[in-house]
Design a protein. Structure first.
Length: 501
């Protein structure tokens, strides 16, 4: 009899049941296990818990009699109930904890990872050829473009440039409340969603599990059919307007022209190859400009692949990196997503988006949420866990490199060349969030001092010695000596403590 194959809750698309090299025989029975212990260990966003369970149950319904779908207290218990002592296969899990679990089970055979463009061996070979100092996104992105013939004209990048970032950093149009983009795909809930919500309500009432955030109507795909509809909607109606304003922020338009496909990719409902290939086809057909398509391809074939491989390449100790020695705990108002406690309009707006939807795009994550935490010296490990739990697309492999390396500079530059933080002027330039705010982005001290501006200079002062030796931060550090109100600024920042700004 053919061995059963175990599907984790982020391995829900056809790539994870496909035959072929390192794949699953067509006749192999399948196993899906819902582990309640996963939700007891961490206080996840309610919308995320809903999405993951809904996606698992939709997949079980699609697979019908081929799958054994078990609701258990733990994975070990579920596997025992599903197959007893029989051997099973599983594609390489996406987290170190899950990988350790399957390695500890003698009857489990681990197959190669799927759901990514670049294999682990290929990345290792590439990394060996570049050395630690050469592990930069741009180099890796060019490797992926060449090896997968993405946006290439022969041996050269389409349009003559590899990187069109300079075309994709436009502030929002002056006076615009929205970009006016076509609405993104939104799914309709069904009886499976109703069943998930009943279970989550019951777990909360019993005190078994606690969540943060709100679980309104499900906003993100939970099935292959829905994910394909979302991809088609983005490519045909939204991709053309994506590029120029991908870094912009608008209070009334948090989605802008973003794809909203990250949760579908990270659940395995979409394969990265089909996403970038459809985007490239749109450019070659003349329905989307190159800067929009290259920006989208860079996010998936560049950054997503890069983050996945660095998660494994850097090793388990990477998650505890903390070269800046930031140890302050996350305050309650942040952990509880209490947007109403916050006066600063940019931060309250973004926290509200996270509370209500479990999602914001990459700039609010990096330059509003991450930047605020970096400026205050919050513990990067605690912040990584918060991002993991609070975002519908957040997984361990996603958030460890993104938060430890990119957002908090806790690795001292192994992943990026400088800390990503700024004063209020950047937020003011790239958004409409500052106009009605009681704080002024240009004020460093006094009652109307912007907490981002104050925090930026306090951060530079705290790490003056380290940042003075970084070519990308030396100039603003030297600017500290020209601040007549530096003493007042530092006192004001110290007095704020962990109070919501």
């Amino acid at each position: 009899m053919t061995q059963a194959h175990w599907l984790f809750g982020d391995q829900l698309g056809p790539a994870f049941t496909a035959p072929g090299e390192g794949g699953v025989p067509r006749e192999a029975p399948l196993v899906l296990i819902e582990s309640k212990a996963v939700f007891r260990r961490r206080r996840f966003h309610r919308a995320k818990a809903h999405l993951v369970l809904s996606a698992m149950r939709h997949r079980a319904a699609e697979l019908g009699d081929r799958v054994v779908h078990v609701k258990a207290d733990t994975y070990r218990e579920g596997l025992r109930r599903a197959v007893g002592d029989a051997p099973v296969t599983v594609h390489h899990p996406t987290s170190r904890a899950a990988a350790a679990l399957v390695r500890s089970l003698e009857r489990v055979t681990v197959l190669p990872a799927r759901g990514f463009l670049v294999g682990r061996e290929e990345f290792a070979e590439w990394a060996d050829g570049h050395g630690e100092g050469g592990l930069r996104l741009e180099n890796f992105y060019r490797h992926v473009r060449r090896s997968h013939d993405l946006l290439m004209d022969g041996g050269e990048p389409a349009g003559g440039r590899w990187n069109l970032d300079q075309d994709n950093r436009e502030p929002p149009p002056r006076g615009a409340r929205t970009l006016g983009a076509d609405a993104p795909y939104r799914p309709r809930e069904d009886e499976i969603d109703a069943g998930v919500r009943e279970d989550l309500d019951r777990w909360e009432r019993s005190g078994e599990v606690s969540f943060v955030g709100r679980d309104g109507p499900r906003l993100f795909p939970a099935s292959r059919r829905e994910a394909l509809a979302a991809l088609r909607r983005f490519v045909e109606h939204r991709l053309a307007g994506f590029g120029a304003y991908e870094d912009a922020m608008l209070a009334a338009d948090p989605v802008l022209s973003h794809s909203l496909l990250s949760s579908s990719l990270n659940l395995g409902l979409l394969d990265p190859a089909e996403c970038v290939e459809r985007a490239e086809a749109a450019w070659r057909e003349g329905s989307a400009p190159l800067n929009s398509v290259e920006g989208f391809v860079r996010q998936i074939a560049g950054w997503r692949e890069y983050v996945w491989h660095l998660y494994w390449h850097f090793g388990e100790e990477y998650r505890t990196s903390n070269v800046l020695r930031h140890t302050r705990p996350l305050p309650d108002w942040w952990s509880e997503l209490d947007a109403d406690a916050v006066t600063a309009r940019c931060l309250s707006t973004v926290l509200r988006q996270v509370r209500d939807t479990g999602w914001t795009h990459h700039i609010p994550r990096l330059m509003v949420l991450g930047s605020y935490a970096l400026q205050r010296g919050w513990d990067p490990a605690a912040l990584t866990d918060w991002f993991h739990r609070s975002f519908v697309d957040g997984y361990d492999w996603v958030m460890v490199p993104n938060v430890v390396g990119m957002s908090q500079y806790a690795d001292g530059g192994r992943m990026t060349t400088k800390p990503y933080t700024s004063g209020g002027a950047y937020i003011d330039r790239m958004s409409d969030l500052c106009g009605p705010c009681r704080y002024r982005p240009g004020s460093r001290s006094g009652e109307d001092a912007c907490p981002y501006t104050t925090g930026y200079w306090a951060f530079l002062h705290r790490h003056r010695t380290r940042l003075l030796h970084n070519a990308r931060t030396a100039r603003p550090v030297r600017g500290l000596d020209r601040l007549a109100d530096l003493t007042e600024l530092l006192r004001q920042e110290r007095d704020r403590g962990d109070e919501a700004p």
